[in-house]
Every structure is written in structure tokens, then in C-alpha cells.
Design a binder for this molecule. Structure first.
Ligand code: UDP
Length: 314
């Protein structure tokens, strides 16, 4: 099969491409390096079956494929808030162009949606049936509302019989090939710990997130694409929930040193809690279950960033 992966230079894109190549597929990657890394493309170009197109999804594209995975979008709050109007354009126009490309080539599509469509959730944990609590005019809205509109486009194309577009709602995910400077909590804590700095905890650190190791997520993608029928949105994530203070402790244990915490202001509209209800994924995806737990996943991610640092200083 020939896959097109938009956002192939990003964290999830690069990990997905590696998995698809390992499964024996041909993969075309597409990215414009707005938030993706040239190093990820360089790493992928060394592998048979991979080709790359540099393109901005805000402009239409025409690339033959059997399956299109629509991952192009900055995803960390500092990155997507840097140019909020562009983020909204990427989410909405990028998804429209992906759907049009998939329709033209009769390709199945996987769309990377997000737990952010639930906003600051009032229902906990969040099942797919929860309609969300999003501030449409806050600093996160460019991403949250953009991703909601992208879901609408996928649902309408699917209802109209134009494209079989499958929605996965991705909860916080981490692992190798993340950008060290993406400003997310896992990368911030790991890199701060590696350089012996204080860990920056926003607010009182009582807000919660549930962290999924990237390999578990990618396995979920593959299984959603393999479903015979489109089953509507499916949450993918690890349901084990931690406060940011607990995450800081977990990072300290993995690094093996006790580091001071530096408390900083809580960003506006920062969700207070987040945990996926993954009953639907468990039921439909052939026993899918996140297998890599936090300590193990943090250790693997730490090893990746350590190697990166050694590579730079060598
Ligand atoms: N956070 C933190 N310290 C950091 C970065 C983030 O305490 O250095 C908090 C942030 O306020 C949020 C959580 O960690 O409550 C997860 O933030 P992240 O940006 O990783 O992802 P989000 O789930 O908010 O999109």
C-alpha cells in the first residue's frame, strides 16, 4: 500500500512513517517544517520505501495514495499559539485539502484529532460522546476550534460518502523524535533534569494529564485504519492519570536525582484534568491496550534525548 503522511517531519508523523515502512509499505512524507524537524526527514530518507515532498498543506496538493494520514499541525501550546491564525488555517484548510486529495485518489483517511476538542472537560474521564467545554475565544481556541472544525469536515465528507475519514482523538503522547524545545511538560522536565535545572511546574501542579508512550499510540492508529467500517471518533491514550507534581517525581526517579521545582504561572484555559475513556478503543481494536507505562516510557525518552545531546557534543 502507498501511504501519504502529512506532518511526516513531526513527532507522531516520523514515528508513524517508521512503523509503516517496517510493515512493508511505501510512504510519501509531506511537511513544510513549520514545527517539524529536518532531522526527522533526514533520518527517514535513509530508509527504503520513503520519499518526501516539501509542501504547506494550506495550499492544495495532488499526491496519489491508498491511505492518507492527516497529521500536519503544530500541536504544542507554545507552537500553535505563536501564529494562531496560521494554526487555524493549517487545521481547517489542511484537512480540507487532505480530504480532497483522498477523495480524488479514493484513499481511506486517518485524521489526527485531539483531546483538546474536549476543552477543559466537565466530564471525567472523557468518553467520545462528551461534547466538550471549549472557550471559543481563548488563546487555545485556534487549535481547539480548528481541530473541532477539522472533525466536522471529516464527519461531513464521510456522511456524504466522499471519503472514509477516520477520527482518532489523541491524548498527551510522548517519546523519541519529539522536539526538545516544544515547550511541553514531558520534554521540558526531561531536558531540565538532564541539564540539572529546576523543573518548571505551572500553577500548583495539581492539574492532571494521562501520558501515552508513542509506540502504543501508533499501534492504535494502525488498528483504527484496519477496521472494516468507520466507527466514528475513537479516543487513543493511556488512561493512567498523573498530576504534574507526580510527573515531576517520576522524572526525578528516572533521572536518579532530586531536582528543585520552580513554580510558574498557570497558562490561561489550561485544562484542569484530562484522562481518556478508552472503552471504545478496547472494544473495537482487537484488545488494544497501552503497554508502556510511565517509568519505562520516560526512561526510553530520556535515553533518546541523552543520545541527541551526545551526538551534538561529539
Ligand atoms: N506544564 C508544566 N510545566 C511545563 C510545561 C507544561 O507544569 O514546563 C503543564 C501545563 O500547564 C499543563 C500540563 O503541564 O497543565 C501539560 O502541558 P503540555 O503543554 O505538555 O500539554 P497540554 O496537555 O496542555 O496540551
Amino acid at each position: 500500500m502507498r501511504y501519504l503522511v502529512t506532518g511526516s517531519a513531526g513527532f507522531l508523523g516520523a514515528n508513524l512513517v517508521m512503523r509503516l515502512l517496517a510493515d512493508g509499505h511505501e510512504v510519501v512524507g509531506l511537511d513544510n517544517y513549520h514545527s517539524g524537524l529536518r532531522a526527522n526527514t533526514a533520518m527517514l530518507l535513509g530508509r527504503p520505501g520513503f520519499t518526501f515532498v516539501e509542501h504547506d498543506v494550506v495550499e492544495p496538493f495532488d499526491i496519489p495514495c491508498d491511505v492518507l494520514c492527516n497529521l500536519a499541525c503544530p500541536a504544542s501550546p507554545p507552537h500553535y499559539q505563536q501564529d494562531p491564525v496560521y494554526t487555524l488555517r493549517i487545521s481547517v484548510l489542511g484537512t480540507l485539502h487532505a480530504l480532497e486529495n483522498a477523495e480524488r485518489h479514493k484513499a481511506r483517511m486517518l485524521h489526527a484529532s485531539t483531546s483538546e476538542i474536549y476543552g477543559d472537560p466537565l466530564v471525567h474521564p472523557q468518553p467520545e460522546s462528551y461534547l466538550g467545554n471549549v472557550n471559543s475565544i481563548g488563546p487555545r481556541a485556534c487549535y481547539d476550534e480548528g481541530k473541532r472544525a477539522a472533525e466536522t469536515l471529516c464527519a461531513d465528507f464521510t456522511r456524504l460518502g466522499r471519503v472514509d475519514a477516520r477520527l482518532v482523538r489523541i491524548f498527551n503522547t510522548y517519546g523519541p523524535h519529539m522536539r526538545g524545545d516544544d515547550g511541553r511538560v514531558v520534554t521540558n522536565f526531561l531536558l531540565q533534569a538532564l541539564s540539572g535545572k529546576a523543573l518548571t511546574v505551572y500553577g500548583a501542579g495539581q492539574q492532571t494529564r494521562s501520558f501515552c508512550y508513542v509506540d502504543d499510540l501508533i499501534e492504535g492508529f494502525v488498528r483504527v485504519l484496519a477496521l472494516r467500517e468507520n466507527q466514528g471518533p475513537i479516543n487513543l491514550g493511556n488512561p493512567n492519570e498523573f498530576t504534574m507534581l507526580q510527573l515531576a517525581e517520576a522524572v526525578q526517579r528516572v533521572v536518579g536525582s532530586s531536582l528543585p521545582l520552580r513554580f510558574e504561572a498557570l497558562p490561561t484555559d489550561d485544562p484542569k484534568q484530562r484522562r481518556p475513556d478508552i472503552a471504545k478503543a478496547r472494544r473495537l481494536l482487537n484488545g488494544w491496550e497501552p503497554e508502556v507505562q510511565l517509568a519505562e516510557g520516560l526512561a526510553r525518552t530520556l535515553a533518546y534525548f541523552r543520545n541527541q545531546a551526545q551526538g551534538r557534543s561529539a
